[in-house]
Write a protein that binds this ligand. Structure first.
Ligand code: PMV
Length: 324
């Protein structure tokens, strides 16, 4: 094969953030905003990348220089490392022409790096004729993320690869796609503040090191409620799902990752009739989510807008990485 186009979805954390870094489960769903990666084999031993969405034009790198140097632009870091890891792991090499196109703003924290990593590796496996299972793809993608970020559970890669809604334990120890779960009635509000996930993960780690037993206890409670939420959401019991979101939010607050802005949006959503609401992801900014029904949805959206949040329209349970 000479050329291929692959896409992978972004993600939204539903339950279990932070605890999932410490060997606990989380629930994550794929959203219908995708990262597209078009790849072509080229005869020259050069990787050429166009990623206009992140300001990358005419980027070139010799195959033999992959992974060398420190000032690789942010917009191609994951792509380049994914290619290097694939070449190293499967003892292959090729020049490539690559174009990426993103349907989502990387600002909203929907996981552009994990989507581009998953799509790049899947594209390479098709182009170079090396068949990979989803788990093999996950392992190589997770290595890529850890190489660059140092921390992270890998939950976002599970969403990018399996799609749908996934019950996930740290590092892919368990990955259970929840096939019976339909689309979730969610409202998503962006707080307007961009958060740096590794910074927040390290902040929680510092709390953990100072109060290990207390924080272990908080993680255990998050783990319990995540398992309850898995059942509730599969059964379509959104009232219970909302209550569990509120419980999860209280525990995230105690970990110190809530913000005034997120809290304002969360209270606004609850007061407007949502079943429940919580922050989604690392906290410190980014997005909150609220579980609603058809009747309460418009009021919840209005309330978030009034509190100066930006309502983002996405559907949950999108398809995982695929060839276009
Ligand atoms: O901020 P996000 O959406 O990338 O989510 C981070 C979730 C954490 O549990 C805090 C980190 C992780 O890798 O699981």
């Amino acid at each position: 094969m000479k050329e291929v186009e692959v896409s992978a979805p972004g993600k939204l954390m539903l339950f279990g953030e932070h605890a999932v870094v410490y060997n606990r489960p989380c629930l994550v769903t794929a959203v219908d905003q995708r990262m597209m990666v078009a790849m072509e084999i080229s005869a020259r031993q050069v990787i050429e990348i166009e990623a206009p969405g992140v300001g990358i034009r005419n980027y070139r790198r010799k195959v033999k220089d992959l992974g060398k140097g420190t000032n690789i632009p942010k917009g191609v870091r994951f792509l380049e490392r994914a290619i290097k890891n694939f070449f190293d792991q499967y003892q292959v090499e090729s020049g490539l022409k690559i174009k990426t196109k993103s349907e989502f703003s990387s600002q909203f924290g929907f996981g552009s790096s994990s989507a581009v990593t998953a799509a790049t590796l899947e594209g390479l496996s098709i182009l170079l004729g090396i068949n990979l299972s989803k788990k093999e793809l996950f392992n190589l993608a997770y290595k890529t993320v850890l190489d660059l970020q140092g921390v992270g559970s890998g939950f976002d890669l599970a969403a990018a690869i399996w799609g749908g809604t996934v019950y996930f334990v740290t590092g892919g120890k368990r990955i259970i796609p929840l096939k019976k779960m339909g689309k979730l009635p969610l409202v998503i509000g962006y707080s307007g503040v961009k958060a740096e996930t590794p910074t927040l993960v390290r902040q929680v780690e510092s709390l953990y090191l100072r109060y290990p037993r207390l924080v272990e206890g908080i993680f255990d409670h998050i783990s319990l409620l995540t398992r309850e939420a898995k059942k509730a959401l599969v059964e379509g019991n959104f009232k219970k799902g909302g209550e569990l979101m509120n419980l999860n939010q209280g525990l995230l607050e105690s970990l110190g990752v809530n913000t005034k802005k997120l809290a304002a949006l969360i209270f606004a959503a609850r007061e407007a009739g949502a079943y429940g609401a919580k922050l989604s992801g690392a906290g410190g900014g980014d997005c909150m989510i609220a579980l609603v029904n058809k009747e309460t949805k418009p009021a919840v959206e209005r309330a978030i807008g009034k509190s100066k949040g930006l309502v983002i329209k996405v559907q949950t349970g999108a398809e995982g990485v695929r060839r276009e």
